[in-house]
Design a protein around this ligand. Structure first.
Ligand code: BG6
Length: 487
């Protein structure tokens, strides 16, 4: 991969916001801890509110000290020296004037917009107006890029008028997760799986992203988006792409992204009839999660709303490799447990040679990739139950496990924040793990089709109790094809 000169300055817009404080600044600190930040790399927090540099540094320190990893004073001394703060209105060039002194000497600045996507276009125009959007600068955008295809195009056009595509880094933090990258390694660094990775051997795929948290005070954002736009359009489709894509010829950004976009374009659009059969929208009512009472979404929202907090659907990929292999996707808030998992269910053996009780023991192989809460990859294989069993041979399904926690645990081992990898990649100018414009738009095109079909079919949400696995329809959806969710 061609070496791109590393960025030397990060301007973090939205520096006092939740994402910056919980994820981005800690990620930068850990990158510094591990010696990954370039020498002289500076970080300027920017937000509308007036705050002194000292107050900002104190805020960052308090956040870091509150984390379970604790604060290393030597690293903190180095890290805090990189920090600065400026009050700025990023939506117009005049409002950015206060940033000018901080830009002095920066050859390759990167701008991170931890802001509402509705501001992306204006901020880019303002950056250009202020003279900060140079040929060597980079821009980082958080999801969601728009709310549908049309609004995402509007954002992409305004950002693209200022920054070339290879300088735009659209973040999907799922691509920074260790196990997601490991999926690429598993598929393309082993000869074992590729010959089996198709409709001859695979029965179906399940992707589950279940969260125990509710929407809480994020409802003003969430109510506009719902589970389909908040999780499925981006994180879940990215996971689906990595499972389903053809082997790229190398890890160059465009090689990987060309393959992902082909998958997105092969997703079968929903008709009104199919959407009623093959998708379910749910919204949580009051219930109990992890032994604690949880309020209904409507209560948090303050009034009735048709926004879905759960979605399950069957996706079909119309190409040679995947014809006839359904991908069942489900995601929801206030589920009984936190679980992010991809399961590849293989077909049963074509003929069983085992008679007697062993014939009942026989289950098909399964590859389970756990992303959260634990990172693990397990291949379930049949083997003979040990010893002598009455009535003849017995079989059992046992996992071959690549437990990442166990394999890599040891002094100093810690679970990385997904943003660490991604921030480092922006610094280094490597966009392989970022989402290209045509990918975002292909994902929206498919998702818009679902929204349209829901509307045409008049499909409102079905209630489910907080702490359950979603509405009954989610079970019927998968059972209709004689399969079941892995619970
Ligand atoms: C975000 C969504 O992109 O991802 C949130 O907006 C969701 O609603 C979060 O909770 C889940 O991320 P993770 O890494 O905790 O699975």
């Amino acid at each position: 991969m061609a070496e791109t000169p590393r960025a030397d300055l990060l301007v973090l817009f939205g520096a006092a916001g939740d994402l910056a404080r919980r994820m981005l600044l800690p990620s930068l600190y850990f990158l510094d801890f591990d010696g990954f930040l370039p020498e002289g790399f500076r970080i300027v927090g920017a937000a509308r509110s007036e705050m002194s540099r000292e107050a900002f540094v104190d805020l960052v320190r308090t956040d870091l000290a509150a984390r379970s990893e604790g604060l290393d004073e030597t690293v903190w001394t180095r890290f805090s020296a990189r920090l600065d703060y400026v009050a700025a209105d990023a939506t117009n060039a005049e409002g950015l004037a206060s940033l000018t002194p901080h830009m002095q000497g920066a050859k390759r600045p990167m701008f991170y917009l931890a802001l509402s996507p509705s501001l992306y276009g204006r901020v880019c125009v303002a950056l250009a107006g202020a003279g900060f959007a140079t040929d060597e600068s980079r821009i980082v955008l958080e999801k969601p890029i728009g709310r549908d295809l049309e609004s995402s195009k509007t954002i992409n056009i305004s950002v693209g008028a200022v920054f070339d595509e290879d300088r735009i880094f659209r973040i999907d933090h799922y691509l920074g997760k260790e196990t997601v990258q490991n999926l690429i390694a598993l598929r393309f660094a082993n000869t074992l799986f590729e010959p089996l990775w198709n409709n001859l051997t695979i029965d179906h795929v399940q992707i589950t992203v279940a969260e125990t948290e509710g929407v809480g005070d994020r409802w003003p954002y969430y109510d506009e988006y719902g589970a389909l736009r908040d999780m499925l359009q981006n994180h879940m489709l990215q996971l689906l792409c990595l499972v389903a894509m053809e082997p790229p010829s190398d890890m160059e950004p465009d090689s990987v992204r060309n393959e992902k976009v082909k998958v997105l374009r092969s997703l079968r659009p929903f008709t009104r009839a199919e959407v009623q059969k093959d998708s379910v929208r749910g919204q949580y009512t009051a219930g109990v999660v992890g032994g604690r009472e949880a309020a209904a979404y409507e209560k948090e929202r303050g009034e009735a709303s048709d926004t879905e907090t759960f979605v399950a659907l069957r996706a079909d990929i119309d190409n040679w490799r995947w014809a006839g292999v359904p991908f069942f996707l489900r995601t929801g808030k206030r589920m009984p447990e936190r679980r992010t998992q991809i399961a590849i269910q293989f077909k049963p053996v074509p003929h069983s040679i085992f008679g007697g009780p062993a014939s009942e023991d026989l289950v098909a192989n399964r590859l389970v990739i756990d992303l959260q809460p634990d990172e693990d990859i397990e291949l379930l294989l049949m083997n003979k139950a040990p010893g002598i069993t009455a009535g003849g041979l017995r079989l059992q399904s046992l996992p071959l496990s690549l437990s990442l926690l166990r394999t890599y645990e040891g002094p100093g081992a810690r679970r990385r924040i997904a943003y660490e990898r991604l921030l480092l990649d922006v610094i280094s100018g490597n966009s392989t793990l970022f989402v290209r414009r045509d990918e975002v738009e292909a994902a929206w095109r498919w998702v818009d089709g679902i929204e349209d079909a829901w509307r045409e079919a008049g499909m409102s949400h079905r209630p489910y109790a907080a702490g359950s696995w979603g509405p009954a329809g989610a079970f019927a959806l998968i059972e209709r094809s004689e399969r079941a969710w892995l619970d």
